[in-house]
Structures are given as structure tokens and as C-alpha cells.
Design a protein around this ligand. Structure first.
Ligand code: HEM
Length: 188
């Protein structure tokens, strides 16, 4: 990937060192703790919901749907931000151009106008189009890979371990934008 970037051109010129550094950083960081948070949040929630864990273990074809519910219910990326270029009116309020706006994706995922019973975790619900990977031009480029990683991790765990349960207090990850775990003691 870095070789492709090094050989790429932007408006006829090679990509500058600063942009190159920023691209490498975002590609490596954006795809690292986010995906492990998806898996750790998933295992934590399933350990807390043994009924759903058992049903999911018995129906592995439902795992891709469970991954979508995890992205909704415990969004690894909780918020993102933008700088407005013009005045924007929403719900009777004007956000002036030049404002930094914090967008709480995780709060949108608990919007009862969009999701029925939004505070209930249910790996068998069909989560409507959620914002776990953002939207628009900056929508996550790694979404298909992240979905694949989440699916494979859960499928392989269910293949090898019939049941798992909490074996201690998990430790949260301390990254302002992210919800995930630094450690999760489980017993199998
Ligand atoms: C569960 C895992 C993941 C989640 C929840 C996630 C979430 C997101 C979100 C919400 C955004 C939009 C940010 C914004 O609008 O400001 C984003 C952007 C991005 N993600 Fe992911 N991501 C995940 C995995 C990955 C992976 C595996 C990669 C790459 C290997 C990746 C690479 C990127 C990049 C490069 C961007 C920036 C795209 C742009 O600005 O045009 N992500 N991600």
C-alpha cells in the first residue's frame, strides 16, 4: 500500500511527505484498534447476554447480522468531527460557517425515530442503515475489511469455544473517539 502511495500522483505531482505520513498514519491507526474494539465489545456483550450467545453459536449464518448490531449498539468509533464551510440550518438552529462540529454517531444509533427499542442489544434485529462507518465522502474505506474481520473472529471463536463467560472486570480503552476494551478476562 505504501509503495502504491509512493508511486501515486496527485494533479501530476507526487504525494508530498506530509500527506504521505498522514495517509500512512490514518490507514494503520484507523484499521487497528477499531476492529479489535468491534471484537472485544462483541465478546463482552455476548458474555453478558448468554441467551444470545447460545443462539448465535447455533446459527453462525447470523454472525454478519450480529456484526451490524455490534457496530450500532457499541460503536467502536463514537464520534467524528467536521468544519463547516458555510452556514448550515438544522432543526431551526444555524451552525455558522467555520464552526467545528462534533457528530455523535453513537447517539444517532440510539435514536428511537430510526431504531425500534434502541437501547436493547439484539443480535437478531436487522439494524437499519447505521453510521458505524460514517457516511459521505469520508465513509470508512476499510468497512468491508472490518466486517470480514469481525465475522471471521466471531465464527472462529464459536467454532472452537462452545461457551464463554466473564472471568473478571474488563478494562476500558482510553481513546477519546473510541469505545473498546484494553483487556477482557473470559473463561471458556
Ligand atoms: C470496526 C472497524 C472500523 C470502524 C468502526 C471504522 C469507522 C470509521 C468511521 C466512522 C470513519 C469516518 C470518519 C469520518 O467521517 O470522519 C472511518 C474512516 C476511515 N477508516 Fe475506518 N473503521 C473501521 C475499520 C477500518 C479499517 C480496517 C481500515 C483500513 C484498513 C479503516 C480505514 C479508514 C480510513 C482510511 C478512513 C478515512 C476515510 C476518509 O477520510 O476518506 N477503517 N472509519
Amino acid at each position: 500500500m505504501i509503495s502504491s502511495l509512493a508511486n501515486a500522483e496527485n494533479d501530476g505531482a507526487p504525494i508530498g511527505a506530509e500527506e504521505m505520513f498522514a495517509m500512512c498514519l490514518i490507514i494503520y491507526l484507523a484499521g487497528n484498534t477499531t476492529t479489535s474494539s468491534l471484537v472485544s465489545n462483541g465478546l463482552y456483550l455476548l458474555a453478558q447476554h448468554p441467551d444470545q450467545q447460545a443462539r448465535l453459536a447455533a446459527t453462525p449464518e447470523a454472525v454478519p447480522n450480529a456484526v451490524e448490531e455490534l457496530l450500532r449498539y457499541e460503536s467502536p468509533v463514537q464520534w467524528t468531527s467536521r468544519l463547516t464551510t458555510v452556514d448550515v440550518e438544522m432543526y431551526g438552529q444555524v451552525v455558522p460557517g467555520g464552526s467545528r462540529v462534533m457528530m455523535l454517531l453513537a447517539a444517532a444509533h440510539r435514536d428511537p425515530r430510526v431504531f425500534d427499542d434502541p437501547n436493547t442489544f439484539d443480535v437478531f434485529r436487522r439494524p437499519r442503515r447505521h453510521l458505524g462507518f460514517g457516511d459521505g465522502v469520508h465513509r470508512c474505506v476499510g468497512a468491508p475489511l472490518a466486517r470480514l474481520e469481525g465475522r471471521v473472529a466471531l465464527e472462529v471463536i464459536f467454532e472452537r469455544v462452545p461457551h464463554f463467560r466473564l472471568a473478571g472486570e474488563p478494562e476500558r480503552l482510553h481513546i477519546s473517539t473510541e469505545r473498546g476494551l484494553a483487556s477482557l478476562p473470559l473463561a471458556v
